[in-house]
Write a protein that binds this ligand. Structure first.
Ligand SMILES: Cc1ncc(COP(=O)(O)O)c(C=O)c1O
Length: 414
């Protein structure tokens, strides 16, 4: 191996991000052929019909009205007290389970995942998530010297595959005493699936059974897309199920302001720990606050204050909810066009319910994406298929896409 200054645990690691790679190809095409000629389905942020980055107007108004000290001063390491209280309200609304709950501010949803991995799995252990997942889970696990294993998200009938989950949980707990399971719902990235009530009952049955022999289980629920997942209480109803679980099952809800407030770069989120045991909830707060000190110190004070200000003011909150609803409907309109056209050309997508992305399975996603470049369409090749960012393409450009993807699949797989 070439001479390296890097410590042995980090040597040779690199994060060649497929999303940024696909994005760069799209940008090159825009420079060559003009923006109007290119369909850029790689971007993970809401763009309007003119393909401009959206900032929800109420968020911008409140942020711009903050006094400078509220933007620039340090915040407490655990997060501003008002934020910690309000973020629990924002995450659960009317669906608070019977449990002790503690929140810690994090650097986006990513920060919550980082802390959960560091504090709720051992070095060298394996973390579990679904085969279709947000790519950075693997980098986060690997960077923290853990492994990532996956269960099959869907069975042959494209139903949530609880048997595969049960099998993997059993296998992993046969060789380790604790398990961190990450489930991204509702409006999963990259598929757009949301676990049903029945799926959730089945998942919790699996975990309760597995926890019977003193194993420790941490369920991390990544709700990054919660605010674009449907009616606000209906899409949170599953959260009630996290009450009264055995004390060796800890639930962590990973909350992110990135999408819900369109403040992606302001790096603000929270992790909310739920336990039937008060001491476990307090330990959760203490240890994660400690890990914040040990990594990034405190987070973005201004963004935390934006959330607290809006959620404490009924009028502002109603406005914000209306703005989110507008974009939820816009994304849904794009998804509906895609679905209707996909049906017409017999193109199967993974089960999409809501969210920024939909995916199409393929044995050769790289080749399909490259073929799509002939039509100036840019999507992201993932391990098991192609991801299309509905959040970023105007309806006019969604039209015709399904047919072109079907053709690209046929050309690659013939
Ligand atoms: C599934 C999922 N989880 C978590 C995140 C984390 O987002 P952030 O760290 O920006 O809050 C993202 C962002 O794209 C995501 O797609």
């Amino acid at each position: 191996m070439a001479f390296s200054m890097v410590a042995s645990h980090s040597r040779g690691k690199s994060a060649a991000d497929k999303i940024f790679g696909a994005s760069a190809a799209a940008n090159a095409a825009k420079a060559k052929f003009g923006k109007a000629a290119v369909t850029d389905a790689t971007i993970g942020a809401i763009l309007d019909d003119n393909e401009a980055l959206v900032c929800l107007p109420t968020v911008e108004k409140v942020f711009r009205s903050l006094p400078m000290p509220d933007i620039i001063a340090y915040a407490p390491i655990a997060g501003l007290p008002g934020y910690l209280e309000t973020v629990i309200e924002a995450a659960f609304l009317n669906n608070k389970p019977e449990a002790y709950m503690k929140a810690v501010a994090t650097s986006g949803g990513s920060g919550a995942i980082h802390h959960a991995i560091w504090n709720y799995s051992e070095v060298g252990q394996t973390i579990l998530t679904s085969d279709w997942h947000w790519d950075p889970y693997r980098v986060l696990a690997d960077g923290l010297l853990r492994k990532l294993d996956t269960f099959e998200y869907f069975d042959d009938k494209l139903q949530f595959n609880v048997q595969s989950l049960e099998k993997k949980v059993g296998e992993l707990l046969a060789r380790q005493d604790s398990l961190l399971l990450i489930i991204n719902t509702p409006a999963h990235n990259p598929v757009g699936y949301s676990l049903s009530d029945g799926d959730w009952d089945a998942v919790l049955d699996v975990l309760k059974k597995a926890a019977k022999n003193d194993k420790k289980i941490t369920l991390f629920v990544d709700v990054a897309y919660l605010d674009y997942s449907g009616e606000k209480n209906a899409c949170r109803a599953f959260m009630k199920k996290f009450g009264n679980l055995p004390s060796n099952i800890l639930v962590i809800v990973g909350y992110s302001m990135s999408k819900g407030f369109t403040v992606y770069g302001m790096r603000t989120g929270a992790m909310i720990g739920l336990s039937s045991d008060q001491a476990i909830a307090e330990e959760f707060q203490n240890i994660n606050q400690y890990t914040s000190r040990a990594t990034w110190s405190n987070i973005n004070r201004g963004a935390m204050t934006v959330l607290t200000t809006i959620y404490k003011d009924k009028e502002l909150l109603t406005q914000l909810e209306g703005e989110r609803d507008h974009y939820y409907k816009k994304i849904k309109e794009r998804a509906d066009i895609f679905a209707a056209e996909a049906k017409a050309v017999n193109l199967t997508t993974l089960p999409y319910i809501a969210g920024f992305f939909l995916s199409i399975a393929s044995g050769n996603p790289e080749a399909v994406c490259t073929k799509l470049h002939d039509d100036n369409i840019f999507a992201v090749p993932l391990a098991k298929g192609v991801r299309v960012a509905l959040c970023a393409i105007p309806a006019a450009k969604v039209k015709g896409m399904a047919g072109k993807i079907a053709n690209a699949l046929a050309a690659v797989e013939k």
